[in-house]
Design a protein around this ligand. Structure first.
Ligand SMILES: Cc1cc2nc3c(=O)[nH]c(=O)nc-3n(C[C@H](O)[C@H](O)[C@H](O)COP(=O)(O)OP(=O)(O)OC[C@H]3O[C@@H](n4cnc5c(N)ncnc54)[C@H](O)[C@@H]3O)c2cc1C
Length: 456
């Protein structure tokens, strides 16, 4: 559809917007705009209904920060909503423009500004796999990444993610030191550019792009080891849990991933069927090559290694991590759309008891898939259990029962920041930043429900 035709159907002055932004690349083709306005919210039967048909009016694809500033200024002047977007792999409709307007696709901003030992500074649209490919020759890689590393951008991870592979060592993105700095453009008639360093960078972490547009990130790195992907099978799920816990606590064993999963979850791992024996519970691991011998010594006769291969996440390969974190849910959804999932955080001081309690409370309804992580320095598990979905009411009941029993839930079936956190509120730092960076309430509107625009 030509630009002019799109503009006449829109709620906003898109023609005026296109004039102001000049040669910034845009797409107004309705089909393409609609497609790009979706993310992976369909994992949630609740959001799948709620977000159906939501779309931007135009997609702008900046080439650099100067383009971002032009788009932000035009949106502020014409009061058009703007939603930043990376690869749109988020699960809660984070990148879905609820009120239309401009979708700001940052995937063309991929430059690496510089690298030093243990640090990289880059633009937000850089895919995490490309970031690692650039830093590995220097002996470093990202401290943590989501299981969507091969598709997702570093800006989208900071804007909408929380942690993942590597969090067993470093915790989540929220832990001090895991984001060194973020450069941010505000949504004002004359946009300002701010450098948020150390703690201040948390103002844009998992804020769904509501508190500013990230145009550069400085990320800390970890040593890049030759990793070995390993699967171990167990007769008893709690043997897998106990073994994972032992390895997580063994600081001398260098690891990046420890993911216990209860049978029948592995039944849905088609390509790995030969390595996931019928009826057995498994743990999927990434272990540094030099630690594999010690890993096996800790295992002893408790379980059987069914898979052991050098890790490779280059094109055409399938790394083990694409069966962990929220890829576990995806592997099941590929065969059966009737299930969904939750995001849990178990208490570190009664981890195994708490996991057991939840299994007993929801037999065959909530199937455990746990992820060993560090949280504020303590070893515990987050979890993305598979839930056999019946109704929204039952889903909310399951969530309430987890919370009542001390298991925190970050609800993946809601679109607002407040309802999706385990604290049920927006951090004061993010609310304050919103007032500074987005006085008109135009950045990804509908996602921070407690914010009242300070200007109209
Ligand atoms: C199969 C599967 C597995 C997943 N596993 C994990 C996991 O292990 N850990 C995890 O944390 N997440 C996980 N996710 C969620 C998601 O893939 C990651 O968080 C990913 O890093 C998001 O990156 P993206 O480029 O796709 O961001 P998008 O989805 O495009 O954006 C995410 C949010 O960030 C905002 N944003 C994007 N770019 C910017 C910017 N430049 N400035 C400001 N805001 C911005 C967007 O508005 C949006 O709100 C998973 C999702 C799927 C589908």
């Amino acid at each position: 559809m030509p630009a002019a035709a799109a503009a006449t159907t829109a709620r906003y002055d898109i023609d005026g917007f296109l004039k102001i932004i000049g040669d910034v690349p845009v797409t107004t083709d309705v089909q393409r705009v609609r497609l790009r306005s979706r993310d992976y919210f369909w994992y949630s039967p609740v959001l799948n209904k709620q977000l159906h048909g939501k779309s931007a009016d135009v997609v702008a694809t900046p080439r650099n920060e100067a383009d971002v500033i032009r788009v932000a200024a035009a949106c502020a002047k014409l009061r058009i909503p703007l939603t930043p977007r990376g690869a749109a792999t988020g699960n809660y409709g984070q990148a879905v423009p609820l009120e239309g307007g401009v979708l700001l696709d940052l995937t063309n901003m991929t430059a690496i500004e510089w690298q030093k030992p243990g640090v990289i500074r880059c633009e937000p649209g850089l895919k995490m796999n490309d970031l690692d490919a650039a830093s590995r020759p220097n002996g470093f890689e990202l401290r943590m990444h989501p299981s969507t590393k091969r598709m997702a951008t570093i800006g989208g991870f900071v804007g909408g993610g929380s942690g993942g592979i590597g969090s067993v060592n470093y915790g989540g993105l929220r832990e001090p030191g895991n984001i060194l700095a973020a450069r941010v453009v505000t949504l004002e008639e004359t946009p300002r550019v701010m450098e948020l360093r150390t703690d201040a960078a948390q103002k844009v972490n998992r804020a769904y792009g509501t508190t500013g547009i990230i145009t550069a990130l400085e990320m800390p790195l970890a040593p890049a080891w030759p990793w070995i992907d390993v699967i171990v099978a167990f007769d008893d799920f709690f043997d897998a849990m106990q073994f994972g816990y032992d390895v997580a606590l063994a600081d001398g064993i260098v690891k990046k991933l420890l993911t216990p999963m209860m049978w029948p979850i592995p039944q849905h791992f088609n390509a790995l069927k030969a390595h996931c024996p019928e009826g057995k519970h498994v743990i999927f691991c990434m272990i540094a090559e030099q630690s594999v011998e010690s890993f096996k010594a800790v295992l002893g006769a408790r379980g059987t290694i069914t898979f052991e291969q050098p890790h490779d996440d280059s094109a055409g390969k399938e790394p083990l991590y694409e069966y962990t974190w929220n890829h576990t849910t995806l592997q099941w959804l590929k065969q059966d759309r009737s299930i969904t999932y939750l995001q849990c955080l178990f208490p570190h001081d009664r981890l195994l008891e708490s996991v057991k309690q939840m299994i007993e409370m929801f037999p065959d309804e909530v199937l455990p898939h746990t992820e060993f992580i560090r949280f504020a320095g303590k070893v515990t598990c987050s979890a993305l259990p598979i839930v056999r979905y019946t109704t929204e009411e039952r889903l909310n009941e399951i969530i309430a029962l987890h919370e009542k029993n001390g298991v925190f839930i970050a609800n993946p079936h809601v679109v607002t920041l407040e309802d999706g956190t385990r604290h049920k509120s927006t951090g004061a730092d993010q609310l304050g930043m919103k007032a500074e960076a987005d006085p008109y309430g135009l950045l990804n509107p509908g996602k921070m429900r407690t914010y009242k625009p300070v200007k109209s």
